[in-house]
Design a protein around this ligand. Structure first.
Ligand code: GLY
Ligand code: MN
Ligand code: MN
Length: 440
């Protein structure tokens, strides 16, 4: 299942209802990006643009004009072109934009300079996110200046620019039933990939070979891309938070940390598991892993509507700090150590982030200076970790070079929360049993 036309229409209506009278919203499709000569990066539509249109093509601009008699939703897009379509694939064209994507009115993108100033003229406010696409910002200013040049003939340029993201990103934060279902599917595919990797890993494999297991599993289930470059870090590489080289051999006795999740119909999943390359945790690995896992269970437990955004993080910080003291990795009183943020030497990132069309999804974390209350429909990650740098000579050598993160995707519900990624084991016994069976 994907998102239906009616849902895109409902989103546009909901946004337009919140816009001030006599305003206009303008959004540009993501630009195509060159990878290297004659080769482009695979195209991914801008998430805001996609959220409101479902239109997958580059070189498109959507315009929302609440109350416009000839239609409130105008889409500019590339014209059909037989020769170009033979080389680069199907285009909807303005006809398809109306027939298949629900635009009220559609025009060739090449005519935008002539048409757009006329649509903006007379509207007091423009909802637009300045600063995200410099090239488009400058074109938009050009159209506004065209109107300004005509004031003596009675033209009325807009007086105000308003950040569209204030309204739109709050809408995106609350997932609909259809979005939740897609995210659940994405989570299940990624969970299956982590299971496959736990079964497949062997000492001597290269990190990229383990990465291939993920990509294979994502794609064969219809998720054509990871939601972000996969992180596959064996041993001390697990301590590099955004390690994506994935080029080293995996060693007997080390852990491997894998942060990998697929994107399905533009919705992200984001899972991390850390497991022993030879199938069995060592004493130190086990001690640190149990600590991270205990903090993760407690943070998931704390993810419910009675709590604000930061409670799961505060829960993790307390459990990790107390545990690090117990293990002798920190010395002092836990309250003081938390106050001094001493844990940051070993846990230097946040416990989670919103998840949706973007892996680090949009939505405010604070409102009016206060942490935001959790509400049903919000989707987030819970991902505590501990990373003992290989060269940290303030700790005993046996701990050094161990990096652990455990990350799940969670939907806030009325009753508490639903762990979308529950199909991949994380308890030590379950991981070891799964790996043992795969080796039998
Ligand atoms: N994979 C990015 C993150 O966990 O935030
Ligand atoms: Mn992640
Ligand atoms: Mn994450």
């Amino acid at each position: 299942m994907t998102i239906r036309l009616q849902e895109f229409q409902r989103r546009r209506r909901e946004l337009m209802e919140q816009m001030e009278p006599n305003s206009i919203a303008i959004l540009a499709a993501a630009p195509e990006r060159t990878r290297n000569r004659d080769v482009e990066h695979p195209y991914r539509q801008d998430s805001d643009f996609w959220y409101l249109s479902g239109f997958p093509e580059a070189e498109a601009v959507m315009v929302l004009l609440p109350g416009r008699e000839h239609g409130e939703y105008v889409l500019f897009c590339r014209e059909r072109d037989r020769a170009r379509e033979i080389w680069n694939g199907y285009r909807a064209g303005p006809e398809g934009a109306v027939a298949d994507y629900g635009a009220d009115d559609a025009f060739p993108i090449n005519d935008i300079d002539d048409i757009l100033p006329g649509l903006v003229e007379g509207r007091e406010r423009v909802y637009y996110d300045l600063g995200r696409d410099a090239a488009f910002d400058s074109r938009l200013m050009g159209w506004i200046n065209t109107i300004r040049e005509r004031v003596r003939t009675g033209a009325q340029p807009p007086g105000e620019f308003v950040a569209l993201s204030h309204l739109l990103h709050d809408m995106r934060l609350f997932k609909s039933k259809a979005e939740t279902e897609l995210m659940r599917q994405a989570a299940q595919i990624s969970a299956g990939a982590h299971v496959r990797a736990m079964q497949a890993v062997r000492p001597g494999m290269y990190e990229y070979q383990l990465e291939a297991e993920y990509l294979h599993e994502f794609m064969r289930h219809g998720a054509r891309s990871p939601a972000y470059p996969s992180i596959v870090g064996g041993g001390a590489n697990g301590c590099i938070l955004h390690y994506i080289e994935n080029s080293a051999p995996l060693k007997d006795g080390d852990l491997v940390l894998v942060d990998a999740g697929c994107e399905l119909h533009n919705y992200a999943s984001d899972i991390t598991r850390t497991f022993p390359i030879n199938g069995k945790f060592s004493g130190e690995q086990r001690a640190l892993y149990e600590l991270v896992l205990a903090s993760q269970y407690a943070a998931i437990e704390a993810t419910h509507t009675d709590n604000h955004w930061n409670v799961p993080h505060e829960t993790v910080v307390r459990i990790l700090t107390e545990g690090l003291v117990d293990l002798g990795l920190l010395a002092g009183n836990p309250d003081d150590l938390i106050e001094e943020q001493a844990y940051q030497r070993f846990f230097m990132h946040r416990t989670g982030h919103w998840l949706g069309l973007d892996v680090h999804d949009v939505g405010d974390y604070r409102i009016g200076g206060e942490w935001r209350q959790l509400e049903p429909g919000m989707t987030l990650t819970v991902e505590p970790g501990l990373y003992i740098a290989p060269d940290d000579d303030t700790v005993e050598e046996r701990w050094r070079g161990i990096g652990i993160r455990i990350e799940d995707d969670v939907l806030v519900t009325k009753e508490g929360c639903d762990v979308l990624t529950r199909d991949v084991p994380k308890a030590i016994d379950d991981i070891e049993a799964l790996m043992r069976e795969a080796r039998a």
